[in-house]
Ligand binder design. Structure first.
Ligand code: SF4
Length: 282
């Protein structure tokens, strides 16, 4: 069995307890308009080209034309760029191969109370590979997943027992708005959240703050009520990343939406106070 990754990042301090290695699995069924990891959305390998420092020599496109008949980026474009601006995204790997990459670092991670976090993309979209990796890491380190919770509940229930910690994103409570901004309504996400909250598993709720999309009085009130109903008393907020659009250019994709980044950041946080929910802004 092989999974597809697009990055492994070391020394992360935002993806769970302690110092961690974060493994980014490629592919996500959602299409959040503000996604700052667009290379994590497609389940296929992709070629990225950075515009910064480009000589406009077109060697990368000529390599594509030789192969396909039309100017485009292909695997061969990577080697011919004189500025090393072209790279591939997507690596197939077995759980055992991944373990051998991670194993050398586990002592260091464990000494900080950290471990390994599987993120994405959406890690639950490759649940069989994910479960296999989590089981190989059992008793070796702290195992976390960072998820949107968007999957069938049977899949969610099959993964949770092999996690030590879950970072669970809640984006928008209104199903119609959720569909407008992510491509899907949020019933499965809320259902899986209930399962998680009732499981006794250690977890944290996270919310990206998108100006005028989900940092509204209505959405924050609904989120606080929902957490309160499930006896959850803390949330981590991730302020909108203004640089989120840059990677889209590298994929030759348009960043669909231009959020009003001038909107007051972290507004309406007093609503969480009202519900006695502790807020940690990352
Ligand atoms: S080969 Fe490199 S420098 Fe030349 S056009 Fe392509 S990205 Fe730019």
């Amino acid at each position: 069995m092989k999974g597809k990754l697009f990055s492994i990042e070391e020394f992360s301090t935002f993806d769970g307890p302690g110092v961690r290695i974060t493994v980014f699995l490629k592919g996500c069924p959602l299409r959040c308009m503000w996604c700052h990891n667009p290379e994590g959305q497609s389940f296929s390998n992709e070629i990225l080209r950075s515009p910064n420092g480009c000589l406009q020599c077109n060697a990368c496109l000529i390599a594509g034309k030789k192969k396909t008949g039309v100017p485009c980026l292909v695997e061969e474009s990577i080697a011919v760029c004189p500025r090393n601006l072209v790279r591939g995204s997507g690596e197939d790997i077995t759980p055992e191969e991944l373990l051998s990459v991670l194993e050398k670092k586990l002592n260091m991670l464990n000494s900080t109370g950290g471990g390994v976090t599987f993120s994405g993309g959406e890690p639950l979209a490759q649940h069989e590979f994910l479960i296999s990796c989590l089981q190989l890491l059992k008793s070796k380190t702290n195992r976390a997943i960072q998820t949107s919770g968007f999957c069938d509940s049977d899949i969610f229930k099959s993964v949770i027992p092999d996690c030590d910690y879950v970072l669970y994103d809640l984006k928008i409570m209104n199903p119609k708005l959720h569909k407008k901004y992510t491509g899907f309504t949020n019933e499965k996400i809320l259902e899986n959240y209930k399962i998680l909250a009732g499981s006794g598993k250690d977890f944290i709720t996270r919310m990206p703050l998108i100006p005028n999309v989900n940092d509204t009085v209505e959405n924050i009130t609904q989120t606080a009520e929902f957490l309160s109903r499930h006896n959850v008393n803390k949330i981590e907020l991730l302020p909108y990343n203004k640089a989120a659009g840059a990677k889209y250019k590298m994929l030759d994709r348009k960043y669909e939406i231009d959020f009003d980044a001038s909107a007051t950041p972290n507004r309406h946080m007093e609503i969480f106070d009202k519900y006695k929910i502790e807020v940690n802004v990352l």
